[in-house]
Design a protein around this ligand. Sequence first.
Ligand code: HEM
Length: 400
Amino acid sequence: MIAFSELPILNLRGKEFRENPNELHDRALSTGRIHRGKHGAEVVSYKLAQELMRDKRLRTNQVSFMNDMGIQGTLTYEFRCRMLVGQGFTQDRTTIRQVFVRHLGPSRAEEMRQTIRVICNDILDGLVAEGKTRGIEFYDDLAVLIPSRLYCHWVGAPKEDAPFVARISDQVLRVFTRDTSFMPSIESGYHELFDYIDAQIADARRNPQDNLLGALIAETDKDVWTEGHLRDFAAMILEASTDNTANQIAMVAAMVLSRPHVWEAVKADPELVPAAVKESIRLHSRSVRATRETLEPIEVDGISIPAGTPVSMVIWAAHRDPTVFPNPDEFDLHRERAPNIQTYGGGVFSCLGQFVAEIEMEEMLRALVERFPNTQMETLETEHDPFVSRVATMKVNLLP
Ligand code: HEM
C-alpha cells in the first residue's frame, strides 16, 4: 500500500493546463488513474470517476472553500450552506432532490421542449427584425437569452426580465472564483436575487399559474417542503440554470461550426442533433471537474487516501479516456454505445437541470441548421480555470 502523501505531485491546474489541457490530460491518463494534485486527489480515468462520484464514502463539500474565503456570516454563505450542495446525505436533501426530479426530470423536461423551441426561434426572430445577423456576439446576443428567458417562463415573469436574470446569475456565481474582491458585488447580487424571488412568489400566489414556480408552490402547500425551501430553491434555480447552460450552448455551437463536415452532416440529417450535442460537450465541457471529499479513509489502486481529502473528478481528462472513447480527438457522430458524459457530475449530487439543459442545446442547434444553414463562425476565444470553461468571445454570422 502506498501512502497518498508519498505520490509525486502532478499539477493539472497550472499554466500548462490553461495553455494545453489536452496534452496534459493525455499524459496524466497514460501514467495512472489517479494522481496527487496540489489540492488533493485528481482522478483522470473515466471509469474510476464514475465509481467515485457514486461512492457513499465521498460527498460534495461546497462549504469549506467559503470557510477558506472567510465569508462566514454573509448572506452568500448562509444561503449556499442551505442549498443542496452544502449538505450531506440527509433526509432533507433527499426530499428536496425528489421535488426537483418530479419537476425537472426527463419526462417533464421533454414536455418543455416546445416552449424552448419557441424561445429559441423568438430570439432569432428578434435578431432578424433588428437586422442584427452578422457579427453577432453569440453568447450575449443569443446563448445567454435561452436559459434566462426559460427561467422567466418558469416563474411567470416577462421576457424583458431575462437580462436581469442573466446578470444576477453571472454576478453571484463569481463566488466560485474564490476571489474575495468580488464579495461586495456577490452579496448585493444575492440581495437583489432574493428581493426578486420574493416578488415573484407573492405575485404567483396572487395570480396562480401553471408553471414551475406554481408547481413548487403546490409542493409547499402540500407540506412536502417549507416556505424557506421554496424561497431558497426558486433562487437556486435562477443561479444554477443560466450561466452554465449559456456557456455550454455556445460551446456546442462552436464545436459544430468549427467542423464543416459535422455541420453538413447535421444539416443533412437533423436526427443527428442529439449526438452532435453530446459529442460537442465531450470535446469541450463547461465543467472541468466535479469535486468530492472523502468521509473516511479509502483505498484506490493500492494507494491509501486519508479521510477529509478533496477528490476531483477531472472531467476533461475522463472525456478523453481512450479506453472509453477511442480516438478521443475525433468528433464522432456515431460512437457505439457512447457512455454518459460526465459534465453534469454523477450519483446523488448530479445536476438536476441536465435534461432541460440538453434540450436547450438541441433546440438551439436545430433552429440554427434549419433557419441559418450557411452560418459561419468568425472568431472564437475560450478561457478556462480549474473548474469551468467559458466563452470569452465568439462572433458568428447567421446566414440563411
Ligand atoms: C450545461 C448546463 C449545466 C452544467 C454543465 C451543469 C453542471 C453541474 C454540475 C457539474 C453539478 C455538480 C454535480 C456533481 O457534483 O456531481 C451541478 C449541480 C446542480 N445543477 Fe447543474 N449544470 C447545468 C445546468 C443546470 C440547470 C439548467 C439547472 C436547473 C434548472 C441546474 C441545477 C443544478 C442543481 C440544483 C445542482 C445541485 C444538485 C445537488 O447538489 O444535488 N443545472 N450542475
